[in-house]
Design a protein around this ligand. Structure first.
Ligand code: 13P
Ligand code: SF4
Length: 322
């Protein structure tokens, strides 16, 4: 415990010394979430992380999340130094959508507006017309549909299908999935609901359709937090990465939050719904990137032509979100 306190104190000092700010996702370790907030940084969803990093005056951003979040920060703020605690912290959606194959898929559908999820590489974004995060995807696709546009959607098939069901838009889809949300189990969730009849079910739309169908609220990480605050219920079953439990419990100390069942956590494992790449972020590697500022260690670089092109779909989303 002493070591943990020491690490936290050192990171705080380094953030000041290096004129850096820590931006964290809701899925990273609670220590990092608390530290981001305690030091004038931010813990939030991927949309707000991108916006905050762009607007903050610090010249160095430490992005505790996964690679695409660091890349989005760099795309928006090329003049800033963007550091990530772990270069290998990726995302199954990003890994499952390689830029070359994706580009061919786009070539096969030249009549469609290309909408990609934030969870993609800079090169994939550079091929897109729009980028969306889960908190705004539905609104943007509804807007495009109203303009008579047909959509090419990538890479998450569950989120794509959910948007398709909700908006009725004409969508062809890349068949990617999040390895965390894809694991939530319907039958086990139904059984858990029976054991907790007063519980409201909160589901991230990267989950399979049958799980989404059992939800009282479906939405991004920030939408899940809002639903938990707004529902006057004593208990909640939550189908998203269990990193979310920290903020949910912090904001709602008198409500109970239960993890939705996955194949792993039903009997043997209490914490299987956790992204292995988000879990790579910790106090030690955050301190290390700060101590090594200026050496190039874990710094995000993006080819300038790709960066400039990838910025267009992100800016479109941010302008729309205003
Ligand atoms: P949000 O956009 O809701 O923060 O989600 C990002 C993510 O990686 C979900 O698994
Ligand atoms: Fe990607 Fe899923 Fe991890 Fe989010 S939780 S970063 S979508 S693998």
């Amino acid at each position: 415990a002493i070591e943990r306190e020491e690490l936290i104190a050192k990171i705080k000092a380094q953030l000041i010394e290096k004129n850096a700010v820590l931006v964290a996702h809701y899925y990273v370790h609670p220590d990092l979430q608390d530290l981001a907030e305690a030091t004038g940084g931010l813990v939030s969803d991927s949309l707000e992380m991108a916006r905050f990093g762009r607007d903050h005056s610090a010249q160095t951003l430490v992005v505790a999340g996964v690679r695409f979040m660091g890349e989005s920060a760099k795309i928006l703020s090329p003049e800033k130094r963007v550091l990530v605690p772990e270069m290998d912290a990726n995302c199954s959606l990003d890994l499952g959508c390689p830029a070359e194959e994706f580009s061919k898929f786009c070539d096969e559908h030249p009549d469609r507006t290309v909408v990609v999820y934030a969870n993609t590489s800079a090169a994939v974004k550079a091929r897109a017309d729009w980028m969306v995060t889960s908190s705004i995807a539905l609104k943007i696709v509804a807007h495009l549909k109203a303009q008579g546009k047909k959509i090419l959607w990538a890479p998450d098939r569950h989120l794509g299908n959910y948007i398709q069901r909700e908006t009725g838009a004409d969508m062809v889809m890349w068949q990617g999935a999040c390895i965390v949300h894809d694991e939530f189990k319907t039958i086990e969730l139904e059984a858990l609901k029976k054991q907790h009849p007063l519980a409201k079910v909160l589901v991230h739309p990267e989950s399979p359709a049958a799980v989404v169908a059992l939800a009282d609220a479906v939405g991004s990480t920030s939408a899940i937090l809002k639903a938990a605050r707004d529902f006057d219920a004593p208990e909640f079953i939550v189908a998203t990465d269990n990193g979310m439990m920290h903020k949910l419990r912090q904001q709602n100390p008198h409500k109970t939050f239960i993890e939705a069942p996955t194949a792993g956590n039903s009997a043997t494992c209490k914490s299987c719904a956790h992204c292995p790449w988000m879990a790579m972020n910790g106090l030690r590697n955050v301190l290390e990137v700060l101590e090594k500022v200026g050496t190039g260690h874990n710094e995000i670089h993006i080819d300038e032509a790709i960066r400039a092109r990838a910025k267009l779909p992100i800016d479109r989303m941010l302008d729309f979100a205003q």
